[in-house]
Every structure is written in C-alpha cells, then in structure tokens.
Design a protein. Structure first.
Length: 438
C-alpha cells in the first residue's frame, strides 16, 4: 500500500519519520491535524489545523506493527538510513487530494533550505521520495560549501496543479506545509514564478517569484553565473588559460538555469551545442541572440546531447542523466553543469563509485553542488533582506564562492589523486555530520 493511500485509509493527514542515524534509530508517527472542512484560503490569519486537544494520533508501537505501513516504508527507511536523513514528512489533504512531501536531510548548520518541485502522479511514489531525499542531501552540501547557515531540505508535490476553483486552497495549503516544514524554498521543476507568487500570499518562506510580487525573480541566472565562472576556473586549472573562447561546450536543458548559462558562455566566445526536450526553448534561445552569434550555436535532439564530442558537458535539466549505462557513449573531457544530482545514484557511496568510473575514462566530474551554489546564495539573501535585497550582491557572492570552491576541489583532487566529488565530500562532510558521521 502506498503511503498516501495508507494515510487516507487510516483517516490520518500527516506521517512523520524521524531518524537518529548515529544510533540507527527511527521514530514514526501519524496524526490527523485537519479535516475536510478546513478552509485553507484563510491561512495564515486562521490556522485550519484542528485544536490540539482534538488532534488524533497513532502511537509508534501500533504503527510499527502495521504490516501495510511497513511494506510502504521499507524502501524509504533504507534510503533514509543510507543517506543519513533526519526527517521525512508526508502531508495529505483528503478533500482536495493534495500530496505534499518534505525531506530534511540535516539541520546541523541551521534550518533547511531547498526548492519546491512537482512530480506527476504517474511516477511511483518511492521514486519521487528517493529524488526528494537525494536533492535534500545535495542541498546540505551546497549550503555547507556556500558558507550559508542552513541545512539541506527539499519539498515536493506528488500530483497535478490545482483544478479550476481550487487554486486558492491549493496554494494556501502549500504555504501552510512550507511553514510547517521549518524550511525556506523557491520554485523548482513543475512550478513557475507565477505559482511562487500565489504561494507567497500565504507564507514568507518562499523566494523566486515575479517582480510584481516583490520578489527579485528566478534564482537561475545567479546560479548560471556561478556555473559559467566555474567553467572558466576549471579550464584555467587545466591549461592555465581559463577562457571559454573557442571551447566546445554542450548544454543540456535551456530552462531557468540552462538558458542564462548558455547565454553567458556564447557571449564569452564559446562554441555551443544545445538541446532541450521543448523545441520552443531552443528556438527562444536562438532568437534572443544577436545574429553574429548564431553560427556559434548548434542544436541537436535531446537523445544525442550526451554523446556530443566536446570539452565540457553541462547538464542543466533533470537529475540522474549520468548513469553507468551511459558512460561508454560520453565523449567529453569534463562534466560541469547546473543540474542537481547529475549522477544516477542513491547515496554518497554510489555517487563516488560512479565518479571513479568516470575518472577511469579520463572524464572529470565536478560536483553540481560546488558550482551551482549561486541559486541558494541568491535565495538566502532575498529571504533575509527582503525589499533591501540587491541581486548584484548575490552575483558577487556567487562568483567568489563558486570560483574559490572549484579551485580548492580541483587542487585537492590533484594532490590526493581522487575524483573531485570524493574530495568535496571529505572537505564539507565533517561540517554536516561531524566526526561521528565519518
């Protein structure tokens, strides 16, 4: 039985799994915090949750003896154990069938920070949870590398955008769940800047909307700037030149990060091969360029981008694109892009093993969370400073951070004769896990 189905069958609205990974101990509980009459559009002025005295819960001893729950949790507990995750929350809104997931990997450096993404209902829930857990773990390391006093989290919705007439309750419920998660977030895959604007009416813990809502806009351009400068720094480390001029770079994905990254690179003199699952995204990018740069950009179908012969492959779309099966077809010297979780792996050990295989093929893999930290830097500054936030400050901080960390990781990689990913995990892991996590 899927976990949200279990909640519905038991009349519960929230399932929480807590882990003390140092003691290899889990705590699981379920509660009913609201009922079908909840009026979410009144949040935050009125809290739709039931009065504490009326909240019904199932105690841990009963839960652990529930075979249906254990069957649904088995894979999830394994994922949490291997990734050393602190908390997973599933919130179910039965009247509107909204399924919300919050993963908090670590709070050792501060409250969680991470994006809000949406998965279609046809995707198996365990795969969705695995994606969200992995992204939360990546955010812990990204925040540590960026020097931000936050841990890693990721939020998700398993299902469609709201039906007509249910929009306000839908976005208000998301605002409530974001607040309950104790994290701050921004729009990711499946949510637009306009969606963020609507959620912003119900919580201040979301950034990255449109200017009309008082936000500074998408964080993707800041993230792209850090990635572009990391490309230059990596090239400088390799040959002492550090220019992208006449270098061939393949950019997979022309979304909120990929498009500005491609724009920076081609204007700095690179030759590009680009691809996107949406042909209109490629057309939009080409139309945005001055005519003199069009000969520098070639487009290929999405299924061909990974096998392009190039200096650098820059994945900037979905995660998990670099799989063991795809390694023989790679024809790049380095993988350095803005997408999160580019390696198809379930935990740190599997990622390192894949990075070693890439190294054995003379392909350098740069950790995504080292080079794309500009997004969380932008989000943190906007969340903290509000109307006084200056996007130029985020660009400057992203430049300093991403360039310095790229150089540090590559230098240590050369000294230790280990892949950059393995080095980066050692460099920043202690800040997250401490000595007990080693």
């Amino acid at each position: 039985m899927a976990l949200f189905d279990w909640l519905r069958a038991r009349g519960m609205t929230r399932l929480t799994v807590l882990q003390d990974w140092r003691q290899n101990a889990f705590e699981v509980y379920a509660v009913r915090e609201w009922d079908e009459s909840a009026r979410w559009s009144e949040y935050p002025e009125k809290d739709p949750a039931l009065p504490k005295a009326r909240v019904r819960s199932l105690d841990a001893s009963r839960l652990l003896g529930d075979a249906a729950l254990q069957n649904g949790l088995a894979d999830v507990l394994d994922l949490m154990r291997l990734g050393r995750h602190e908390r997973l929350d599933l919130a179910y809104e039965p009247a509107r069938d909204i399924r919300f997931i919050a993963a908090v990997h670590s709070t050792g450096l501060g409250p969680g920070a991470g994006g809000l993404r949406r998965h279609e209902r046809r995707e198996p829930l365990v795969r969705v949870i695995a994606d969200i857990l992995n992204l939360a773990r990546g955010m812990s390391f990204k925040c540590a590398a960026a020097g931000i006093a936050h841990g890693g989290s990721k939020l998700g919705v398993h299902g469609p955008l709201p039906a007509v007439g249910q929009e306000e309750d839908y976005y208000a419920f998301l605002g409530y769940c974001i607040d309950r998660s104790g994290t701050f977030t921004g729009p990711d895959m499946g949510f637009s800047l306009e969606d963020a604007d609507r959620i912003r009416r119900y919580t201040r813990n979301i950034v990255g909307g449109t200017a009309e809502s008082g936000s500074s806009g998408a964080t993707g351009r800041t993230a792209a700037y850090g990635v572009a400068l990391s490309v230059e720094e990596a090239l400088k480390f390799q040959d002492g030149i550090g220019s992208v001029e006449e270098r061939h770079i393949a950019v997979q994905g022309l979304g909120l990060l990929g498009q500005p990254l491609a724009d920076y690179l081609v204007r700095w003199g690179a030759r590009l091969t680009v691809s996107d699952i949406l042909p209109e995204a490629v057309a939009r990018f080409r139309e945005s360029l001055p005519g003199r740069l069009l000969p520098c950009v070639q487009a290929v179908p999405p299924e061909e981008i990974l096998s392009v012969s190039c200096d650098i492959l820059a994945p900037c779309a979905l995660g998990g694109v670099i799989a063991r099966a795809s390694l023989p077809g790679l024809r790049c010297g380095m993988i350095l892009g803005g997408a999160n979780n580019q390696l198809r792996a379930g935990n740190e050990a599997e990622e390192i093993a894949l990075a070693r295989e890439l190294a054995s093929r003379d392909i350098v893999f740069m950790p995504d969370w080292i080079v794309n930290a500009g997004g969380v830097i932008h989000g943190k500054l906007e969340h903290t400073l509000g109307p006084e936030f200056d996007p130029e400050e985020a660009l400057e901080m992203a430049a300093r951070t991403c360039v310095a960390n790229t150089r540090l990781v590559l230098e240590r990689s050369l000294i230790e004769q280990s892949p950059p990913l393995e080095v980066a995990y050692r460099l920043f892991g202690e800040a997250i896990y401490g000595e007990a996590g080693e």
